[in-house]
Design a protein around this ligand. Sequence first.
Ligand code: ZN
Length: 397
Amino acid sequence: MRIISADYIHTGHGKVLKDTAVVINEEGKIVEIKGFSNFDAGQVEKLHGHLIPGLVNTHCHLELSHMKGKVATGTSLIPFISNVVSFRDMPQDLILQAIKDGDEYMYENGIVAVGDISNKADTKEQKEKSKIAYYTFVEMFDFLQDEWAGNEFEKYHQVYLEQARSGNNKVSAVPHAPYTVSPSLFKKINALNTDQATVSIHNQETPPENELFLTGNGQFQDFYKGFNIPLDKFKANGKTSIHYAIEHMDPKQRTLFVHNTLTTDKDIAAANAWSENVYWATCPNANLYIENRLPNYQYFIDANAKLTIGTDSLTSNWQLSVWEEMKTINRYQSYVDFSTLLQWATLNGAKALGMGKDLGSIEVGKTPGLNLVELDVNEKDGSSFTLNPSSTIKRIA
Ligand SMILES: [Zn+2]
């Protein structure tokens, strides 16, 4: 048993507690939350700063961790993808070491659960022994070619079967993005998953993506030509790309739309009307790295949309830290208050991964992990808090 107290305890669902202690058992499960005065002061670990729940990273590609610093920033998405493809070949031992380092870095930086895109089974071994809970999204694509769907599905189904099956890793099949998945492949992916699954899809990350679906033209036409893949059967539906996704995905499954840098209030309304199980993963550092822009979070806040936070991969980020993502949002769009930001980074993420029962908030019965952080406290009211660029995070439990 440990009895832990801090100047402030932020529960992750909007409450801030003072003069309070959290009692956790050997497994880190919270067995009691009570006033500090109920305990013998000598038994309490009294910490200075702010206690927050473990963070949830809803979008990562751990298997790309060896790519750190290799791809140029600010190129926009299409040149970025071409760049990534050219760096795929690396000695396997370096790839595995980078995966191990990435997993351990995330744990040390307060992350308790990760939604992780996998195109291979390279992360299997690390996930089997990791202290982090994973949801592995085995990603499939067929470059919009219906007639390739069968073969591509079989190829990635094999990868799906090879993933870690321990209690700490869930697995589902997911479509890569609207501009790479045919209607036939969407059908096969939906059928492989259960209704309780979480799935994800990259969404509205770059202007040419919407352009392809709105007009049938733009840079994706050149991208496809560059790979000698025909798009003559593709028909633009005159709507933004998210409409194509929701037309072919299963509204019963929890769906994480990832990036959403171009997503408008109308797009959010369409997705929310389609399903109650919609979550939105934002990866601000990756958006700045690749496209040099951020989503308009006000649209999501106004629509009561459930935002979550992801780091994306080390191909497009300087570190795998949800805490650093929170700082970036605060730096560029500081109207998002700390309590809202914390809920995106904890409870919303845990729910998106179907792990809300155990993770995401400081509540009796949960095993959320505990982090000690530094924040600025507003002197006037003593109850509003802000991140600053040097705010640190330290894992406590
Ligand atoms: Zn991604």
